[in-house]
Design a protein around this ligand. Structure first.
Ligand SMILES: Cc1cc2nc3c(=O)[nH]c(=O)nc-3n(C[C@H](O)[C@H](O)[C@H](O)COP(=O)(O)O)c2cc1C
Length: 197
């Protein structure tokens, strides 16, 4: 698959087989993330590669607890409202039971932290598509990136106290008939273009 095809056919996958992703493929995805551009070529993104089921389950439980303790407010972001409602009901899983979650952290005092993480995440999602893997951006750990219990868990995994998570991606084999990611082109409803000749 050439680069442009991998970019424009990348779609989010939210249903995964439990099969683990081979380490060689994870390395390739990580290489794509680590080669992403960064402001001033700072290269301060920190990739936490979580494929241990117990750790994933602990993060799922902590995330559910944090959302369940929140109150819904009128102007709350719709996806956040959904997460709070689902967590209060119980059984809330923010990462669709994918076998692999890569959380991208960066220095909390660095102005390009979110931008750098976004570049790395997009590179990794495109690379996953090129490798016939499904992926989806997962934002809950960014929303909850000051939650004390989640911070403690992330510190125990190796995140530095000077860092925060600004985005994450799940990756795995899609639960589709042919095992390949859905690659339908997206119907565009926005992303306006203005040409200035
Ligand atoms: C900043 C950002 C945050 C996102 N957060 C989530 C998320 O937490 N959970 C989720 O299922 N999808 C999330 N997505 C995926 C979007 O919903 C998805 O990219 C969008 O609907 C377009 O669909 P496509 O990825 O299939 O092209 C996020 C995407 C971005 C760029």
């Amino acid at each position: 698959m050439d680069a442009l095809e991998a970019i424009i056919t990348r779609r989010s996958t939210r249903n995964y087989k439990p099969d683990p992703v081979e380490s060689e493929k994870i390395e390739k995805v990580l290489e794509a993330g680590r080669q992403a551009p960064s402001g001033g070529n700072n290269q301060t993104s920190h990739f936490l590669v979580i494929r241990n089921r117990d750790v994933l389950d602990r993060l799922i439980a902590l995330t559910e607890k944090a959302f369940a303790g929140m109150e819904i407010t009128e102007n709350m972001y719709a996806s956040m409202k959904y997460s709070v409602t689902a967590a209060k009901k119980g059984g809330y899983v923010f990462c669709y039971n994918a076998p692999l979650l890569i959380a991208v952290a960066n220095r909390k005092d660095y102005g390009n932290n979110i931008a750098d993480c976004a570049c790395a995440l997009e590179n990794m999602m495109v690379a996953a598509n090129a490798l016939d893997l499904g992926s989806c951006w997962i934002n809950q750990l960014k929303w909850l990136n000051e939650e004390p219990e989640i911070l403690e868990c992330l510190y125990s995994l190796g995140m530095k106290e000077t860092e925060r998570v600004y985005g994450a991606v799940i990756i795995g084999y899609p639960e589709t008939e042919n095992g390949l990611p859905n690659r339908n082109l997206m119907k565009l409803k926005g992303n306006e273009v203005t040409w200035i000749d």
